[in-house]
Design a protein around this ligand. Structure first.
Ligand SMILES: Cc1ncc(C[n+]2csc(CCOP(=O)(O)OP(=O)(O)O)c2C)c(N)n1
Ligand SMILES: [Mg+2]
Length: 623
C-alpha cells in the first residue's frame, strides 16, 4: 500500500489541509486554519508539524485557549457552519481552558475541532507535569472532562488510530443535526511518533452537508394542524439561518399571513415580512409577547425552544397545538410538538405547497391586529429609551446608534449582559446587517474573540461590531492583541455601567435586594458588601495598550463620531461608551423561572417570592 512516513501530528496537519465541505454545490475548505497555544504537550508535536508541513494551513496565536474556541465559533457562524477552525492546546490547563468553549459550541450546535494534548500514552516518565492522577480511575485524565461537552470524543494513544478517528470527526463536524464540539485528545508522546500513513488517508475529501428530506406524512399532518388554526405563530430559530431558509420563511409568512418571532440565534431571519414581531420570549418585544400569549398554534422552525423563548413555558397561554420543524429529532419533539424532522428549507417548501393546496390563510382581522400590535410596541419602546439631555445614555439608545452606523453586510456580535436582550428588542435588520447573538450558552467572554473570528472569515466583507458590557470586557479582552497581530478589522463597543448590571436588576426582581456583589465598587472598611465608590477603570487606555485604537463617548453626538472614526481603523478599534448604571427600556413583561428563595426573614425577599409564584401559575407542563 502506498504510504508516507510522517509523525501523527504531521499526518493530522496534512489530513486537515485537504478536507472540504460541500453544500448546495458550494465547496469550502472545511478547516480554514489552526489556532494554538504551545506548551510542552504540543510544541514538539503539532507545533513541529505546523512548522514543517503548515504551508496551506494558516496558524494563528491566541492569548487564551477558551478565547480561541470562541474565535472559531465566530468564524464558523460567518461561514454558516460550512467551515470552522481547529484549536490546539497543551495538556493540563491549556486543554481544560477549552472546556467552556466546547460547551459553547455544543450548546449552540456550532462545529469546532478541538485538539487538546494529553498525558503520555507509554507512561515511561511516570506521572508528568500537569497530570491529574485520578485516585481510582488510573486512565482518566483532565481531557475526559470534554466527553459530556463534545458531540464526538476520541483519545489517540497509538498513531494508527487517527486513520479511523479523523474521518469520523469530520463527519460529525459536517452533520447538521449532530454538529458541535468535536474533540480528539492527542497524547503528547504520540503526536511525535511516526508511522506509515496510507495515501488514502491523505487524499482530498469532500464532506457533503446534507439537507435531510422531511417525511411526507409528517408534512401532511402538520399542514392540517396549521390549516385548522386561526392564530398561528412562527418561532424562527438559528436553524433557519443555518439552512439558509430565510427567503422561504419570509415567503411562507407572507403567503399565509403568519407572524414571526425570532430567537436569539434566529434574530434577523424574518427580515422582509410585514408580520415580523422581532425578537421573542423573555427578553423580546412586547409585540411578540402579546401575540405569543394569544396564539393557538405554535410553529417552531429550527429552534431549541429554551426557556428564554418560551418564557419558561409560561407564554403560550392559548396554544392548543405545537409543531416543530428541526433537523435534530430531539428538538423536533420538544414541547410535545408534532415533529417534522428535516431541513428547514425543504420542510418550509413542502408545507408551503401543502397549505397552498388547502387555500389556507389567516384572517384579515388577525393580520391587522398583528400590524397594530407591532406599531404600538415600537411607540412604547422608543418612548422608553428617550433620555433627558442631562442623563447618560441607556443601552437601548446606544444599540440604536450602533444599528444606524451599521450598513448592509455588517455583523453585530453579542452574547451576555444587557446587549443581547436589547439587540433582540431594538435591532432593525432592514439595513441588511446581521446579528450573531450567542445565547445558547450566553458566555461572557465569547464576544471579542468571536468578533475576531467573524473578521478573519470575512475580510473586506463588511464591518463587524461587537457589543459588550464592562463586565464582559474585563473577563476576556486579550484577543485584541491577536486582532492587532492579524490587523483584523472590527469595532468593540464597550458599554460602561460599572458592574454586572443586568444581574443586579435581576437580583432586585428576584430577591428585592438593591445590589449585593454586582457593582464594581470599592469595599469600605470591613463592609460585608461592596458599597464604596465605583472603580474608575480606564477601558480606552487598556484597549490602546493591547494595540487597538480607542475612542470615548459620553453623549449621542460623541458616540456617532466615535463609531464613524472606528469604522475607518485598519485593525481592532474600541469605542468606550459611558452609560447610565440602571436600565429602564420597555420589555416583554414575560416571566422567567428562577430558583427564588422560598423562605426568608426579609420582607422584600418575601415579596419577590410572591411575584415569582404568580408567574409560575402561568407555567404549563408541555410534553
Ligand atoms: C462566563 C459567564 N459568567 C457569568 C455569567 C452570568 N452573567 C450574565 S450577564 C452577567 C453580567 C454582565 O456584565 P456586563 O458585561 O457589564 O453587562 P451589563 O449586565 O452591565 O449590561 C453575568 C455575570 C455569564 N453569562 N457568563
Ligand atoms: Mg456592565
Amino acid at each position: 500500500m502506498a504510504h508516507r512516513r510522517l509523525t501523527t501530528a504531521q499526518a493530522i496537519v496534512e489530513f486537515l489541509k485537504v478536507q472540504h465541505s460541500e453544500s448546495d454545490g458550494r465547496r469550502e475548505r472545511l478547516i480554514g486554519g489552526m489556532f494554538g497555544i504551545f506548551g510542552h504537550g504540543n510544541v514538539a508535536g503539532l507545533g513541529q508539524a505546523l512548522d514543517e508541513c503548515g504551508e496551506g494551513m494558516p496558524f494563528f496565536q491566541p492569548k487564551n485557549e477558551q478565547a480561541m474556541v470562541h474565535t472559531a465559533l465566530g468564524y464558523t457562524k460567518a461561514m454558516n457552519r460550512r467551515a470552522t477552525l481547529a484549536c490546539s492546546a497543551s495538556i493540563g490547563p491549556g486543554s481544560t481552558n477549552m472546556l467552556t468553549g466546547a460547551a459553547t459550541a455544543t450548546t449552540n450546535r456550532l462545529p469546532v475541532l478541538l485538539l487538546p494534548s494529553d498525558t503520555f500514552a507509554h507512561r515511561r516518565p511516570g506521572n508528568v507535569l500537569q497530570e491529574l492522577e485520578h485516585p481510582t480511575e488510573y486512565d482518566a485524565t483532565v481531557n475526559d472532562a470534554f466527553r459530556p461537552l463534545s458531540r464526538f470524543f476520541d483519545r489517540i494513544a497509538r498513531p494508527e488510530q487517527i486513520v479511523a478517528s479523523f474521518p469520523e470527526a469530520m463527519r460529525v463536524l459536517t452533520d447538521p443535526a449532530e454538529t458541535g464540539a468535536v474533540t480528539v485528545s492527542l497524547a503528547q508522546d504520540v503526536q511525535g511518533e511516526a508511522f506509515d500513513v496510507p495515501d488514502s488517508f491523505l487524499r482530498e475529501r469532500v464532506w457533503t452537508i446534507r439537507r435531510p428530506t422531511p417525511d411526507q406524512t409528517d408534512i401532511r399532518n402538520v399542514a392540517q394542524i396549521i390549516a385548522d388554526s386561526d392564530r398561528p405563530l412562527i418561532i424562527a430559530g438559528g436553524g433557519v439561518r443555518y439552512a439558509e431558509a430565510d427567503a422561504e420563511l419570509v415567503a411562507f409568512s407572507k403567503a399565509f399571513g403568519i407572524p414571526v418571532m425570532e430567537t436569539f440565534a434566529g434574530k434577523g431571519v424574518s427580515q422582509g415580512t410585514a408580520l415580523a414581531l422581532g425578537g421573542g420570549g423573555t427578553t423580546g418585544t412586547g409585540a411578540a409577547a402579546a401575540i405569543a400569549r394569544s396564539a393557538d398554534c405554535i410553529i417552531a422552525v429550527g429552534s431549541r425552544l429554551t426557556d428564554f423563548t418560551t418564557a419558561s413555558r409560561s407564554v403560550f397561554e392559548q396554544a392548543r397545538r405545537f409543531v416543530s420543524i428541526n433537523v435534530n429529532a430531539s428538538d423536533a419533539h420538544k414541547l410535545g410538538a408534532v415533529p417534522v424532522v428535516g431541513d428547514a428549507r425543504l420542510a418550509l417548501e413542502a408545507l408551503h405547497a401543502a397549505l397552498a393546496e388547502r387555500n389556507y390563510g389567516t384572517s384579515r382581522a388577525y393580520r391587522d391586529e398583528v400590524a397594530v400590535t407591532i406599531d404600538a410596541w415600537w411607540d412604547t419602546y422608543r418612548q422608553s429609551i428617550q433620555a433627558r439631555t442631562d442623563e447618560k445614555m441607556g443601552q437601548g439608545a446606544i444599540i440604536g446608534h450602533v444599528n444606524r452606523a451599521a450598513e448592509a453586510g455588517d455583523v453585530v456580535v453579542a452574547a451576555a449582559g444587557t446587549p443581547p436582550g436589547e439587540i433582540m428588542k431594538a435591532w432593525d435588520n432592514a439595513n441588511g446587517s446581521q446579528c450573531f447573538i450567542e445565547f445558547g450558552f450566553s458566555c461572557m467572554g465569547h464576544e471579542i474573540p468571536a468578533g475576531l473570528g467573524v473578521a478573519l472569515a470575512r475580510r473586506n466583507e463588511g464591518h463587524v461590531y461587537v457589543v459588550i458590557g464592562d463586565g464582559t470586557y474585563l473577563m476576556s479582552p486579550t484577543e485584541i492583541v491577536t486582532a492587532a497581530q492579524e490587523r483584523a478589522k472590527f469595532t468593540t463597543v464597550v458599554i460602561v455601567n460599572s458592574g454586572y448590571q443586568c444581574i443586579r436588576a435581576l437580583q432586585e426582581a428576584t430577591t428585592g435586594t438593591d445590589n449585593f456583589g454586582n457593582e464594581f465598587r470599592r469595599r469600605t472598611d470591613n463592609a460585608r458588601s461592596l458599597d464604596g465608590a465605583y472603580i474608575d477603570v480606564d477601558y480606552a487606555a487598556n484597549a490602546r495598550s493591547m494595540g487597538a485604537e480607542a475612542f470615548e463617548a459620553h453623549t449621542p453626538d460623541e458616540l456617532d463620531e466615535a463609531l464613524a472614526a472606528a469604522r475607518t481603523v485598519e485593525g481592532p478599534s474600541v469605542v468606550v461608551v459611558h452609560a447610565k448604571e440602571r436600565e429602564s427600556s420597555a420589555g416583554s413583561g414575560l416571566w422567567w423561572d428562577l430558583g427564588v428563595a422560598e423562605a426568608s426573614s426579609l420582607e422584600r425577599t418575601k415579596q419577590a417570592y410572591e411575584c415569582f409564584v404568580e408567574g409560575r401559575a402561568r407555567q404549563k407542563t408541555l410534553v
